[in-house]
Design a protein around this ligand. Structure first.
Ligand SMILES: NC(=O)c1ccc[n+]([C@@H]2O[C@H](COP(=O)([O-])OP(=O)(O)OC[C@H]3O[C@@H](n4cnc5c(N)ncnc54)[C@H](OP(=O)(O)O)[C@@H]3O)[C@@H](O)[C@H]2O)c1
Length: 314
């Protein structure tokens, strides 16, 4: 009997990648139970057509999660900060996952977490503003703070620290901007520091590799990336791929925070954290280890080869 992996976020990027990895490996010994709030949506139907069991579940409703996890060996847990922009909501959702996994007797949870940056930048540190009254980087801090729900309940958990998706160049408004000088540029507040990044599809493949390791990574925090690249390096690779000159423009985080799009303050603080604690942030995100989990791990050049035509150039 295949071991069932119940996948949250199955209709999205991280969970979708894991579902595709499980479904592509017919003899791998695992089956995919795709959880969504709406099993009638197209992405859920695509998963069902590819062989997934699609079930309803809502991160805000612990009873629905208990039902969705029943009989599952594993759970992949990801929350979507960008739907609510609320660190508190993410913590509540993670608590629901931990409680439901405990109640269902799940043997291995992977919790897609991020650093609680307040361990490096306490709220009293005024190098960056405090947001939502109690966070420095809300979409990191709520996830990191929520780690304790899994530990406190003794849920067998692997804590997975992910990296910046290169797909943000396409879908998240992080692609090249045209400056007042008419030049295309990637605009980040990272100075000359390296940004760990990866193909979003590789996160699910790495998660699948973690499940395939059995108990080895339970109780551990593991961190992955595809490459660690400076803004200059990313811009030059993108220039070559799209055949147009794209520069890297460094801006101070104070300026980035004022860019005005929803979450600009959160992302400005996030980049500043990655810049100011770069040795830690890059050092922990282990490319060689990620490749052992997922031998198909992509470089930025490989990702660009597949996706360059999707990058919007204003
Ligand atoms: N962008 C980056 O570079 C990056 C890097 C590292 C980490 N992250 C983190 O990744 C997270 C988002 O993951 P993603 O990119 O995979 O998301 P995504 O592609 O935007 O998809 C969101 C998924 O979450 C599910 N979902 C949302 N609310 C739910 C709820 N209440 N109950 C059940 N399912 C719910 C959605 O399912 P249905 O709508 O079908 O229910 C959907 O499958 C964010 O929290 C972000 O901080 C992003």
């Amino acid at each position: 009997m295949a071991k069932v992996i119940a996948v949250l976020g199955s209709t999205g990027t991280q969970g979708g990648g894991l579902c595709r990895a499980i479904l592509a490996d017919k003899s791998g010994g695992f089956s995919c139970r795709a959880i969504t709030r709406d099993p009638s949506k197209d992405k859920a139907k695509e998963l069902a057509a590819a062989g997934a069991e699609v079930v309803a579940g809502n991160l805000d409703d612990v009873e629905s999660l208990k039902k969705a996890f029943a009989g599952a060996y594993g759970v992949y847990a990801v929350t979507n900060f960008w739907e609510s922009f609320s660190g508190q909501k993410e913590k509540d959702q993670a608590k629901n996952v931990a409680e439901a996994a405990k109640a269902a007797g799940v043997q291995h949870v992977i919790w897609s977490t991020l650093e609680d940056t307040r361990k490096w930048v306490p709220l009293s540190d005024d190098r960056m503003p405090t947001l939502q009254g109690k966070y420095k980087v809300p979409h990191f801090d709520g996830k990191g703070e929520a780690d304790h729900f899994f530990r406190d309940l003794g849920v067998p958990t692997t804590f997975l620290l992910t990296a910046f998706y290169w797909d943000n160049f396409i879908y998240f408004g992080a692609g090249p901007q045209r400056g007042p000088d008419g030049q295309l540029a990637l605009v980040y507040p990272m100075d000359e520091k390296r940004l760990p990044g990866m193909a979003a599809e590789d996160i699910g493949k790495c998660a699948y590799g973690i499940f395939k390791r059995g108990k080895e990574l339970i109780g551990k925090t593991v961190a992955i990336a595809g490459e660690h690249l400076t803004g200059e390096q990313m811009a030059s690779k993108m220039s070559r791929a799209v055949g147009k000159e794209i520069r890297y423009t460094n801006v101070p985080p104070e300026v980035y925070r004022t860019f005005g799009f929803p979450g600009a303050d959160d992302l400005g603080n996030m980049f500043q954290f990655k810049r100011d604690f770069n040795d830690y942030f890059v050092g922990v995100r282990d490319i060689a280890f990620a490749r052992t989990l997922n031998p198909e791990l992509q470089s930025l050049d490989q990702w660009l080869g597949r996706h360059k035509d999707q990058i919007p150039l204003p």
